[in-house]
Design a binder for this molecule. Structure first.
Ligand code: SF4
Length: 456
């Protein structure tokens, strides 16, 4: 059971030495109680207190890191059942599986394509996270050779799949120090697999048929000193994984059941009848509640929606993704170019910027600070009004960039026209379309005619 901040404080040295980076032991205790820091940040805790505090320091779902360097990923450390209760912290890692039964050319092509795949959305670059290598032959030499080939192509973290400790050892020997995930220990091989995990400093997946069997293997792995575990309770298919993964999350968070307090790994391709069904199940797993999803197929048109969904699920609902307020030139605008105004919600910014760019017409895009809220939400919250728009236009000297005095505002906030003109004497407001998709047509027809009319 987690300890409260005050209970933790009673176990600390109470010297307020600041070596942990906090001004007082109490501040450190409060942070520790929220699992926002590790106990090891305080170098002065007695052994006796350490044991008592370990229970508090460990998150209900263990944080597990796979890989090293800039492409390493961490999963686990989640503290809520539902995103709206707080936030989800560590995005589901998406891996693509290759098998030793495939040709070397096919493996090389898949790994290179997955490694290179990257898409940008709302200013954030998204990529897949890992390659899983499956021992389909039971042959240590073939597995080692495949691991060597894959690791020479990519720096992505690896998931090594074999139930045979001899095969696993051969694979691990080719990627020493890369913290590859070992999949998997089961009731038969747990002693050998745990020994390999300890020897190589690797996280270990634990596989069983149902939660009870998984918990038994976890207990044995823990006794062997391995704490960084990932669970595969054997669930496959839509209903079964939804039930089982929800049960695991609930047991870990609500019942503080330590033996299932680990991230979960899933294989949506197993049992799916098509790549499309696999992609659908993978999407379910991103939402509830997989830490790692291993795909059997890679296609950009499946990967992109999965990455988009993951981005949406794993952003903090209380902190919308924002862009910096200011004036953004699009396509090298000049003194006759239109001036469009909108909010600093990333999705709004990138939608409007994309449509303006796609129109082919250079423009100035004025972004107001609305705390990352969209047009209608910020208007309703009083964060996108005449005064705010006028202040942004003035602060960023928009008038010095153009010869005309027209401001183009989103159609949804046409009601602000009078207010803006009052706040910005000399400027006229043009009410643009409600939807970004209509901006190119508006610029081509309405704006061009308006500018020409103003020049006559
Ligand atoms: S390092 Fe330890 S003793 Fe020093 S202030 Fe932090 S919690 Fe207190």
């Amino acid at each position: 059971m987690a300890l409260s901040g005050i209970a933790i404080y009673k176990l600390l040295p109470k010297t307020n030495c600041k070596d942990c980076g906090f001004p007082t032991c109490l501040a450190f205790a409060m942070k520790l109680s929220q699992q926002g820091i590790k106990l090891s940040a305080c170098p002065h805790v007695s052994e006796e207190s350490k044991q008592a505090l370990d229970a508090s320091a460990r998150p209900p779902i263990q944080l597990v890191t796979v890989g090293t360097g800039e492409r390493a990923f961490s999963v686990g450390n989640e503290v809520v059942m539902f995103r709206h209760e707080k936030t989800f912290y560590n995005p589901t890692a998406l891996a693509v599986r290759v098998k030793t039964s495939q040709s070397r050319e096919a493996i090389a092509a898949t790994v290179a394509a997955v490694d290179a795949y990257s898409v940008e959305r709302v200013g954030i670059h998204m990529r897949l996270n890992a390659i899983a290598i499956d021992d389909a032959k039971g042959d240590p030499a073939a597995f080692a050779s495949c691991v060597e080939q894959v690791s020479s192509i990519t720096k992505m973290p690896l998931i090594l799949i074999s139930k045979d400790p001899r095969v696993m050892e051969a694979g691990l020997s080719k990627v020493a120090g890369r913290r590859s995930l070992i999949y998997a220990a089961n009731s038969e091989n747990v002693a050998q697999m745990a020994a390999l995990a300890a020897k190589h400093g690797s996280p270990l997946a634990v596989q069983g048929d149902g939660l009870s069997q998984v918990a038994e293997v976890v207990e044995q792995a823990n006794k062997a000193g391995v704490e960084e575990l990932v669970l595969d309770p054997g669930a496959r298919g839509f209903g079964n994984t939804l039930n089982t993964f929800t049960q695991i999350r609930r047991l870990a968070l609500k019942s503080k059941e330590r033996l299932v307090g680990y991230p979960v790994i899933a294989f949506p391709g197993e049992g799916s009848i098509s790549p499309e069904e696999e992609a659908l199940l993978a999407s379910q797993l991103v939402i509830k509640y997989a830490g790692i999803v291993v795909l059997d197929h890679f296609a950009p048109h499946h990967a992109y929606p999965m990455l988009t969904l993951r981005q949406n699920i794993y952003t903090d609902p209380q902190k919308p993704i924002q862009v910096e307020p200011g004036v953004y030139p699009i396509r090298d605008p000049g003194r006759d170019s239109p001036v469009l105004v909108t909010t600093n919600f990333s999705l709004t910014y990138f939608s409007v910027a994309g449509e303006v760019d796609g129109s082919g017409m250079p423009a100035w895009l004025v972004i107001c600070d609305t705390d990352g809220l969209s047009v209608l939400t910020s208007w309703a919250a009083g964060k996108f009004d005449g005064a705010k728009i006028a202040k942004t236009v003035t602060t960023h000297e928009v008038g010095s960039r153009v010869d005309h005095r027209f401001l183009l505002i989103p159609g949804h906030v046409a009601v602000l026209s009078g207010e803006i003109e009052e706040e910005l004497p000399g400027w006229s407001v043009l009410v643009g379309p409600r939807e970004g998709i209509d901006i190119p047509g508006y610029l081509k027809n309405v704006w061009t005619a308006r500018l020409q009319g103003a020049k006559k």
